[in-house]
Write a protein that binds this ligand. Structure first.
Ligand SMILES: [Zn+2]
Length: 148
């Protein structure tokens, strides 16, 4: 069973690496679970257990992502801008919630981990038409970068 202490381990690991998300499997646990905190305060990590994406927006955005499981590398990945996620929180309560933009990207990235897929596994070649596209570093040095 997962207890409060275990969650703390995930939170700490995520923050230590300046990530905004971390899947349990990345720290050696074969659980369908991940933590996420897209705020800067590092005070409100959300826990997602048995997450299932029930709806995807048609609009997508291609952007770069970094990953704690592939240090120093980046993958260019097309993600849905908006998703509806069904999951349980750490109290075991079920939620269905809509997430946008960075949170939606982070969730799709973490969901990939649950399937054993990494952002660097995506094939190159699907480039966004936007020349001035931003870089979203999921799980990597996103936070330190935006803080400087
Ligand atoms: Zn990752």
């Amino acid at each position: 069973m997962i207890n409060r202490k275990t969650y703390k381990i995930y939170d700490r690991a995520m923050y230590q690496h300046h990530g905004i998300g971390l899947a349990a499997i990345q720290v050696g646990y074969q659980l369908r679970m991940f933590v996420m905190d897209c705020t800067r305060s590092q005070e409100s990590p959300q826990v997602f257990i048995n997450p299932v994406i029930v709806k995807n927006s048609e609009e997508t955005l291609t952007d770069f992502e970094g990953c704690l499981s592939a240090p120093g590398k980046r993958g260019e990945v097309k993600r849905h801008l908006r998703i509806v996620l069904k999951y349980q929180d750490k109290e075991g309560e079920e939620h269905t919630k809509t997430f946008y933009n960075l949170e939606a990207r982070c969730i799709q990235h973490e969901m990939d981990h649950l399937e054993g897929k990494l952002c660097i596994d995506y094939e190159k070649g699907e480039y966004s038409r936007d020349k001035h596209k931003s870089q979203t570093m999921v799980e990597s040095d996103f936070r330190t970068k935006s803080d400087t």
